[in-house]
Design a protein around this ligand. Sequence first.
Ligand code: AVJ
Length: 313
Amino acid sequence: MPGAQPVAASAAARFAAAVYAGLSKPQKELPCEYLYDELGSALFEAITMLPEYGLTRADCRAVAKLARDISPSYARIVELGSGSGKKTRPILEALRPSVYTPIDVSPAALARCGAELGAYAKFQPICARYLDGLCQAAMRRAPGERLLLLFLGSTIGNFDPSARAEFLAQLRGLLSPGDALVIGFDLIKPVRAMLAAYDDPTGVTAAFNLNLLARINRELGAAFKLRNFQHRARYNRAEQRIEMHLRSRADQSVEIPAAGFTCFLRRGETIWTESSHKFHPRQIPKMARAAGFVHDRMWVDDCWPLAESLWLA
Ligand code: AVJ
């Protein structure tokens, strides 16, 4: 780790390296974590208000239910990917932890989260990637203090199965007996409903997806012409996931100076930007067990199938 380097420079270098690696594959791809710059995060907030995107509203309802049921014995609540923090409030109100630690790579997201939730507990944000941040948060606690980790809203759906299993086992490895994890899974529903949620007629999700190319233009000096690309969402039944792609409308080449290469695309070729896995309820206890947790219980929304589940370390 180049510790002396300014954070901004190493973040840009990592972005450039990820873009180069992803666009050099036979099926071009870009990591979905880069969808969330300032504009991307605002567009995601707009997605959560779309009538077709029931996920966030379902998550809020499931979280409100679980907040009433979980015992208030956790002194520390740590949350991966704080977002705006809005849906976490019922948990803090019900469980009254002494410390709340959101972990996010975006300082802006942490600031918004502080404005929303700073009053409910001692606010100790950590600006880091998930595992680094959790490692720091776990080190800060006093002996015997129990930690409740939140990973809400099916962000885990963005991981592919092998990365998911590894990540969940790593989370377990950073927790101690007595700690717990609340983790959300969006459930399989009729394909029509799943597709509409990722390809809304107002085009907000298309803008969210296209903004990834705009971000590469802004931050890496690239020359993507956004009008030369088309948002595509498809359901991959075998892999149980919605895939978002950006489809090239023409044969084209795009220079990406900061990544030191030129990207060639054929007409019809796609850049795969996100996977959002969907789950059967019965898969959830299996994933818990495989990662070394004990599955305790889950709260499923009646209106939009989504489960928040409680796993004990
Ligand atoms: C924030 C990862 C849960 O996969 O549904 C929304 C992101 N992408 N619309 C999801 C997203 C397109 C979202 N998660």
